[in-house]
Design a protein around this ligand. Structure first.
Ligand SMILES: C[S@@+](CC[C@H](N)C(=O)[O-])C[C@H]1O[C@@H](n2cnc3c(N)ncnc32)[C@H](O)[C@@H]1O
Length: 221
């Protein structure tokens, strides 16, 4: 509660500072892998989600595993997975992000496939050992490509579209990261409607904000 009030109070200053800082392309690096984050792309610098995913991925054996990052943004997670010898596909609807990732792939000398796809539309016929999703989750209609990284639509349209697609897929492990700041109950209800369930795989607390990586699976009948 106190955290939420504090966050609300400092939010306008934080937003202003962030907008100024991220008005220019910015470097982000993890374990020697570098990406340039364009102003229109989700910045992994100050949010916890990308870093928690990177930490999680470092703990699993990805050698020769097929790995999809759905909504890859800067692509740092995909590049890191590729450095761990996963067979990586990185997808997004943000063509600016994908262009920067193509450059980063060359610069870091890593192999991955980069696909422009609205959710699974262009990846329908492939299944993966791992699908990793760091979704937009604030309920507001995105006005532009940058906002699509943050806002899932007034009525959670992103999840209303994603979860029926997930329910028809045969990927081995589907992981989605969510913070307690979002309406997890609403997302769980949409999953339930699509005969899917969310299990907490790991939980992390940073600055008293709890973040969960959920494993998504079919509901047992
Ligand atoms: C919260 S950002 C996460 C970026 C990156 N995965 C990370 O962890 O740093 C969400 C990403 O999903 C992408 N996205 C939003 N809607 C999408 C859709 N319908 N299909 C594919 N990607 C989408 C956004 O462009 C953005 O790059």
């Amino acid at each position: 509660m106190i955290r939420k009030l504090l966050k609300k109070a400092i939010h306008p200053f934080l937003k202003f500072g962030m907008e100024k800082f991220f008005a220019k392309p910015r470097l982000f690096a993890h374990e020697g892998i570098e990406v340039i984050v364009m102003p229109e792309v989700f910045p992994p610098h100050y949010t916890f989600s990308t870093k928690i995913l990177l930490e999680y991925i470092s703990s699993i054996d990805l050698k020769s595993k097929t790995f999809l990052e759905l909504g890859c943004g800067s692509g740092i997670v995909s590049l890191f997975a590729a450095s761990k010898q996963a067979i990586v596909t990185a997808s997004d609807i943000n063509s600016i992000a994908l262009k920067a990732l193509k450059d980063a792939k060359i610069k870091n000398n890593l192999e991955l496939e980069i696909i422009n796809s609205n959710l699974f539309n262009q990846i329908e016929n492939q299944s993966f050992d791992y699908v990793i999703i760091n979704p937009p989750y604030y309920p507001k209609d995105p006005k532009n490509v940058k906002e699509q990284a943050w806002f899932c639509g007034e009525n959670f349209e992103y999840f209303e579209n994603l979860l029926p697609q997930l329910s028809k897929r045969s990927d081995h492990t589907i992981l989605m990261i969510l913070s307690e700041d979002c309406d997890i109950q609403k997302i769980t209800n949409i999953a339930d409607k699509n005969k899917l369930q969310l299990h907490i795989e790991i939980e992390r607390t940073r600055f008293s904000e709890r973040t969960f990586i959920y494993r998504i699976s079919r509901k047992l009948q």
